[in-house]
Design a protein around this ligand. Structure first.
Ligand code: 16G
Length: 245
């Protein structure tokens, strides 16, 4: 990163030059997946560039999914986990979301079966007494990289045979005429605890998003109550806003 060695004949704004330089180091394998990058301050000292320029180059690399920044621990070369822009206004399934982006999705099963519901499942799904619950817990991957842990609960009469769900839950619901048509979703920021961090292949304490989705049929019956943990570095959530009247 010595300034004389590369900035002299270089073209374009300085942050672009620095970005390209860092990209080259990553593409050539000099910096490998998950390797830490020097701190912004250090890069500024090494290159003679301002912190603002360095920050801009780094932000560009984050936006392109080439590096990831983790609060408190710095920047790292991405391990190739896709960065996904997810709309907050469309009710879609994980399988559809990944397919639309040309990514292959898979589910590693953690739990799949019928159970006696917990008190919060009884409330969330408005179950009548004695009714069982279908639980589907999966680690969801895109191009074989872990993206999210999804723990879905459904009334057993909507999904009497959970083993029929091999790939897409929504596809199975659709076939039975039970595809949800409305959902309420709540997103909160978390730091990942050990078990979830290990499943998602990120360090303990890394940023995550807890997403709770309650989905409804047209007749307002609850179909699904899903508690998910998404990787914070893999998702950008996007919503279109309109002026409130
Ligand atoms: C989405 C939903 C989840 C649903 C799943 C079905 C969130 C944030 N999103 O990931 O509730 O169960 O899609 O996906 O919870 P599938 O049809 O691919 O199984």
């Amino acid at each position: 990163l010595n300034p004389e060695s590369w900035m002299e004949n270089a073209q374009g704004p300085r942050y672009v030059q620095l970005r390209r330089r860092l990209e080259d180091s990553i593409q050539s394998g000099l910096l490998k997946a998950n390797a830490p990058l020097p701190a912004e301050r250090e890069i500024a000292t090494l290159t003679g560039l301002s912190r603002v320029t360095v920050r801009r180059a780094m932000q560009d690399l984050v936006d392109r999914g080439i590096i990831v920044q983790r609060q408190g621990s710095g920047s790292f070369v991405s391990d190739g986990t896709p960065k996904v822009e997810q709309s907050l206004s469309r009710l879609t399934s994980f399988t559809e979301d990944m397919a639309r982006r040309g990514l292959s999705s898979r589910a590693e099963w953690l739990t799949r079966g019928l159970f006696t519901p917990s008190p919060d499942e009884v409330i969330a799904l408005a179950l009548s007494s004695g009714e069982q619950v279908a639980r589907l817990s999966r680690l969801r991957t895109a191009n074989d990289k872990p993206m999210a842990i999804e723990r879905a609960s459904l009334p057993a009469d909507i999904l009497p045979n959970p083993d029929l769900v091999e790939k897409s839950l929504y596809e199975v619901l659709d076939k039975d005429g039970n595809r949800p048509e409305r959902a309420i979703q709540k997103i909160s920021a978390i730091n990942l605890e050990q078990d979830d961090a290990e499943l998602l292949s990120v360090p303990i304490g890394a940023a995550g998003l807890r997403i709770e989705r309650t989905s409804y049929l047209a007749n307002r019956r609850v179909v699904e109550f899903t508690r998910s943990i998404y990787r914070g570095d893999a998702y950008d959530f996007v919503a279109e806003l309109q002026l409130a009247h």
